[in-house]
Design a protein around this ligand. Structure first.
Ligand code: 5AD
Ligand code: SF4
Length: 473
C-alpha cells in the first residue's frame, strides 16, 4: 500500500501534462497507481489556482482526508501544482494533514519529497526555483507516455509560464516567467509521439504565440516551430493553444495558411469587449485591434474556427461594458466560448487595486446572457454544416452516448442498444466521436475500425455543441 498512489488532477491542460509526467516518474521509481483512493498509501492532488472555486474544491477534498490521515499513520498526502506555489507552507496551517507541498516547478522532485516526508516524518515544501529550469526541461524531454484515453491525440508543451501579467490572473505568479523549450527537444518529442501512432498534436503554451527560443544568432518563433514539426511523417494535424491577441504576427497567419497540417482553428481569448475593462485587465489591446486580428485571420485562413474566453463581472464592469462584450461576441461569432465569473486572486494587481464590486447576482446574470448568446451562435453556425461533408479524426467510442432524440426516441430499445460502447447491435457499428479540423465535435454511428483514422463524414444534424454525421461511402 505504501507504494500505491492515488493521483487526482484539476485544472488546465498544463496540469494534465504535469500529472502525466508525475505518473511516469513515480512509475519509474517503483510506485503503482490506483483509481481507488482508499487503497492508496500516497494521495496526490495536482491543483489549480485560477479561480477560488478550483481551490475550494481541493481544500474540501483534503479536509475530508483528515480522519483517515489520523488513522493511517503512514499515509502521505501531497499537494502539487499551482495551489502549492500560491499557498506554500500556509497549506499546513489550513490542513495539518498535508505532508508534501510541491510547486509546478519542482514536480521532478516529487518522489524524493514523498520519500523524505515518510522517512524523516517531517513535512516537505518545494517552491518554484528558476535554478531548477534545466531539471524541469529534462523531465519534459523524458516524456514517453501519452493519454491512454486518447492515443491518437497529444498535447505537447512548448513553453512554461507567462509574462503577460493580466491584472486578474495568478498564472505568472504560480507558474513563473515565460520559458520557451528548445525547438530540437520539441521536435524530438513530436517525433516520438508520431512514432507511437499520434496523428494530431496540439502545441501547448499559456501564450503559445509568444513562443521564442534564441540560440546564438538564431531565433525560433512559433511559425518556425510549426514548420519544423510539420515535417514529421505520420503526423496529420497540428494545432496550438492558447494564443494571446498581441504577438500574433503575419508570419504565423502565413504558416497557418501555407502548412496543410495546421488546422483552421484558433483559441484566442478576448476576455472583454470593453476597451476600458481591457485596459484595467492590462490586456494591452483594444476591442478594435482584436477584431482586426480576427478579420485578418479569416482572410488568410478561410473557414477558421475561433474559440474564446470571457470574464464577466471584472471590477468596475458597468452595463455598457458588458454590452460591448456581447457586441464583440456577436461580431466574432465564436465556435465556442469559455465564460467565467471574475474571481479575485490574492497577490494579483486587480485584487490589490480594485474592489470586487460587481454583485454576485449580476455576475451570474451576465454569465448566463453570454452563455445563451453563444449557444444561439453555435447552433446557427453548426446548422450551416448540415448537408456538408467534413473530415474528422475519429478519437474513439463516445463516452456518453448521445441519445439522438430527433430521429428515434430514447425509448426505442433497439436504437438505445446500438448506441452504447458495449452493445454493437447494429451490424457492428457503435457510436464514435471525432473532431473536425475546426475542432467541432462530431458524433457518428460507424464501425470501430475507423478509430484513429481521418475520414470524411456527412453532417446530417446539428446541436449547439455537437454535429451528428454519417459515414461517407
Ligand atoms: N477570475 C475568473 N476567470 C479567470 N481567468 C483567469 N483568471 C481569472 C480570474 N481571476 C480565466 C481567463 C483565462 C481562463 C483560463 O481563465 O478567461 O483565459
Ligand atoms: Fe493569465 Fe494573461 Fe498570462 Fe493568460 S496571458 S496566463 S490570462 S496572465
Amino acid at each position: 500500500m505504501e507504494q500505491t498512489v492515488y493521483l487526482e488532477t484539476l485544472g488546465c491542460q498544463m496540469n494534465k501534462l504535469d500529472a502525466e509526467l508525475i505518473r511516469q516518474r513515480l512509475g519509474q521509481e517503483g510506485y503503482r497507481f490506483t483509481l481507488d483512493a482508499d487503497q492508496a498509501g500516497v494521495i496526490i492532488f495536482v491543483t489549480c489556482s485560477v479561480r477560488q472555486r478550483a481551490e475550494d474544491k481541493v481544500l474540501s477534498k483534503i479536509g475530508q482526508l483528515r480522519r483517515r490521515h489520523d488513522q493511517q499513520k503512514d499515509l502521505i498526502l501531497a499537494v502539487a501544482g499551482c495551489m502549492a506555489e500560491r499557498l506554500g507552507p500556509a497549506l499546513f496551517d489550513l490542513h495539518p494533514q498535508v505532508d508534501v507541498v510541491c510547486a509546478p516547478g519542482r514536480i521532478h522532485q516529487l518522489g524524493e519529497l514523498i520519500a523524505r516526508a515518510r522517512h524523516e516524518r517531517r513535512r516537505q515544501v518545494a517552491l518554484n526555483d528558476p535554478a531548477e529550469q534545466s531539471a524541469l526541461e529534462d523531465l519534459d524531454a523524458s516524456r514517453r507516455q501519452t493519454d491512454a484515453d486518447h492515443p491518437f491525440m497529444a498535447y505537447l508543451r512548448v513553453m512554461r509560464g507567462c509574462n503577460k501579467f493580466c491584472s486578474y490572473c495568478v498564472v505568472p505568479y504560480v507558474r513563473g516567467r515565460e520559458v520557451s523549450r528548445p525547438p530540437e527537444s520539441i521536435v524530438a518529442e513530436a517525433q516520438r509521439l508520431a512514432d507511437r501512432g499520434v496523428k494530431e498534436i496540439t502545441l501547448l503554451g499559456q501564450t503559445v504565440n509568444s513562443y521564442c527560443h534564441r540560440n546564438g544568432t538564431t531565433t525560433v518563433r512559433l511559425a518556425d516551430l510549426l514548420a519544423r514539426v510539420h515535417e514529421i511523417a505520420g503526423l496529420e494535424r497540428l494545432r496550438f493553444v492558447t494564443s494571446y491577441p498581441r504577438d500574433f504576427d503575419e508570419r504565423l497567419l502565413a504558416a497557418m495558411a501555407d502548412l496543410p497540417k495546421v488546422c483552421e482553428y484558433l483559441h484566442l481569448p478576448a476576455q472583454s469587449g470593453s476597451d476600458r475593462i481591457l485596459a484595467a485587465m492590462n490586456r494591452r489591446y483594444t476591442a478594435g485591434q482584436y477584431l482586426d486580428l480576427i478579420e485578418r485571420a479569416r482572410q488568410r485562413v478561410p473557414g477558421i474556427a475561433v474559440a474564446g474566453d470571457f470574464i464577466v463581472g471584472f471590477p468596475g464592469e458597468r452595463e455598457e461594458d458588458f454590452e460591448a462584450t456581447c457586441e464583440l461576441m456577436r461580431r466574432v461569432r465564436y465556435k465556442n466560448c469559455f465564460i467565467f465569473k471574475y474571481s479575485p486572486r490574492p497577490g494579483t494587481r486587480a485584487d490589490g487595486d480594485l474592489a470586487d464590486d460587481v454583485p454576485t447576482e449580476t455576475k451570474r446574470r451576465r454569465n448566463q446572457i453570454l452563455l445563451d448568446l453563444q449557444e444561439e451562435i453555435s447552433l446557427a453556425d453548426n446548422q450551416a454544416f448540415v448537408g456538408q461533408t467534413v473530415e474528422i479524426l475519429v478519437e474513439g467510442p463516445s463516452k456518453n452516448p448521445h441519445l439522438d432524440e430527433g430521429r428515434t426516441g430514447p425509448a426505442d430499445p433497439a436504437y438505445s442498444r446500438s448506441l452504447g460502447r458495449s452493445g454493437p447491435a447494429d451490424s457492428g457499428s457503435i457510436q464514435l466521436v471525432g473532431r473536425t479540423r475546426g475542432d467541432h465535435i462530431v458524433v457518428l454511428q460507424a464501425r470501430p475500425d475507423r478509430i484513429g483514422r481521418i475520414v470524411p463524414v456527412r453532417v446530417v444534424r446539428a446541436s449547439a455543441l455537437t454535429l451528428f454525421a454519417e459515414p461517407v461511402r
